[in-house]
Design a protein around this ligand. Structure first.
Ligand code: SF4
Length: 154
């Protein structure tokens, strides 16, 4: 019997909500057809940093505030949830490293997953340039991070 030469698929880290997991702050998901399509050619590693960091679902929406002391994350009730966001980011980074991931496809504009643009902390729907806490940590560790909105350009 000949041995099959089956190569493992390359792994991509993906925001779990884009794969249909109901882990968003509102208890819903954001399934994305282009992201799901990636599963045909890649091994998708779903992560939800906010849940991994210990936050419940549903939960209050949160935004990042840039202060002189650095970035803080507050929910709409003004509870400081920075610790949970940082813990979730560390767990996502560990999952990326453990699975040999090079690329992460994360949910646009999320305070955890957003890459390139996030809400400005005023809960007014205003965007600013910047990354979510997890996207920033992944980028700082050499991973390429894009959002589902970039997939159409690939
Ligand atoms: Fe989706 Fe990321 Fe928010 Fe989790 S933290 S619900 S994966 S955008």
């Amino acid at each position: 019997m000949t041995k099959a030469n089956i190569k493992p698929k390359e792994a991509i880290l993906v925001s779990a909500c884009l794969l249909g997991h109901p882990c968003r702050y509102d208890g819903k998901s954001k399934p994305n057809a282009a992201v799901r399509e990636l599963s045909k050619a890649y091994r998708l590693i779903p992560v939800c940093p906010e849940v991994a960091g210990g936050l419940s679902t549903p939960r209050e929406p949160s935004e990042i505030t840039v202060a002189s002391s650095g970035e803080k994350v507050y929910n709409k009730r003004r509870d400081d949830v920075t610790e949970a966001f940082v813990l979730g980011a560390k767990k996502a980074l560990a999952a990326a490293k453990a699975n040999g991931v090079k690329l992460a496809v994360l949910k646009a504009r999320s305070p955890s997953c957003g890459a390139g643009a996030v809400y400005d902390g005023s809960f007014s729907g205003t965007l600013r340039e910047g990354d979510g806490i997890t996207a920033a940590l992944l980028k700082a560790n050499g991973f390429t991070v894009i959002t589902e909105e970039d997939l159409i350009c690939l």
